[in-house]
Design a binder for this molecule. Structure first.
Ligand code: MRU
Length: 354
């Protein structure tokens, strides 16, 4: 089952409610883009590529919700929908990338009439979702070529089928290596505060029968220093043009410890997550979420009444800690400033997005 999809029978968007996993598999239905935007903020759907696909289908939904009878009015409604969706979460660039891609279709002068635009938007959203799956597969096999039989990989957050339309990014590398028959083991960072590692990644590894151990985030350094990790694989929510990588909070610490211990550190990043407009990682907006996510765990307070907390959802790993960036267009190695741009521009041309 895909994480996000369009239901052609009811003309609605369906998304797995990831807040319920691993206890229940609930599929939520959206017939209103405002509600869909809220669901992105509240993390029914999360993971950069999944958020991008949800936003694309949200734009297709907005086109159907609009009662505009001329193209200018429809475009105005779509621009407003794009604004609302873009505000849902700031760091994952796939969100604004998808909205911009759909708005480009809406302004295509070859389309005649509002109904043709509505149909074209849905076709484009579906194309984006289908491409996401195909890109993840390619990326997975590009990364699996770096994995040896017997390796232990350390993984942070959730980057699997749930974080994408299907298959996954960093977990996609693990799935591909497993599919190739390599005997691998995964150390799963639990990923405080929202526990995407323990709740979602363990669930996905269980389903595929891949060997893993859940570890407290604080244990990662111990496993690397004692030679028990061959490779660190993570995803990214936005990677800057110079190869600086924004990803789930805690990634930076992993990368520094990996370098200190000679463990290769590979972000697995579709080119849709690379923002060539941002020269370096300090320009990436970092989402700061509700402190209660830190102070309360599954409904139970874990600090005294009155305790305060900070809750940045992402951090930036400078490219000097990155061994290589695994993309659908191959593995990008240093010098990143030159090679990231070249790879992304080539991939966008090949995908008809240039
Ligand atoms: O806050 P989340 O759960 O949306 O964060 C997700 C991540 O940080 C992933 O590593 C990232 O989106 C890339 S995975 C496809």
């Amino acid at each position: 089952m895909r994480t996000v999809y369009w239901d052609y029978d009811t003309d609605t968007v369906k998304m797995i409610d990831q807040r319920q996993i691993p206890w229940e598999l609930v599929v939520a239905t959206f017939d209103d883009y405002h509600k869909l935007a809220r669901a992105i903020t509240e993390m029914y759907v999360r993971g950069a590529p999944a958020i991008g696909a949800a936003a694309a289908f949200g734009m297709a939904l907005a086109a159907r919700q609009s009662d505009a009878s001329d193209r200018m009015a429809l475009l105005r409604d779509l621009e407003e929908a794009g604004r609302v969706l873009n505000e849902a979460r700031p760091t994952a660039v796939n969100l604004s990338w998808a909205v911009a891609r759909l708005l480009r279709v809406a302004t295509n002068e070859e389309l005649e009439g509002v109904d043709e635009v509505r149909d074209a938007l849905l076709t484009e959203a579906q194309r984006l979702a289908d491409q996401d799956v195909e890109i993840n597969r390619r990326m997975g096999y590009n990364g699996a070529a770096l994995v040896s039989d017997g390796d232990t990989l350390l993984h942070h957050c959730n980057t699997g089928a749930l974080a994408t339309v299907d298959w996954g990014t960093a977990l996609g590398v693990i799935f591909a290596a497993h599919e190739q028959g390599k005997n691998i083991h995964v150390l799963v960072d639990e990923t405080r505060p929202r526990l995407q590692g323990s709740l979602l990644t363990c669930w996905e590894l269980e389903q595929r029968g891949i060997s893993y151990d859940l570890i407290a985030d604080n244990a990662a350094g111990h496993f690397m220093r004692t030679g028990q990790v061959n490779m660190v694989v993570v995803g990214s929510d936005r990677t800057a043009a110079n190869g600086d990588v924004a990803n789930k909070i805690g990634t930076y610490k992993l990368a520094v410890v990996a370098k200190e211990n000679g463990v290769p550190f590979y972000p697995v990043v579709p080119t849709s997550t690379i923002d060539l407009n941002l020269e370096h990682g300090d320009l990436i907006p970092i989402e700061e979420r509700d402190p209660d996510e830190v102070l309360i765990v599954r409904g139970q307070p874990i600090a005294p009444v009155g305790a305060t907390a900070r809750n940045p959802a992402f951090d930036v790993t400078p490219h000097r800690y990155v061994t290589g960036i695994i993309t659908e267009a191959g593995v990008i190695y240093p010098p990143f400033v030159k090679n990231v741009r070249e790879t992304v521009e080539r991939a966008r041309k090949e995908q008809g997005l240039a």
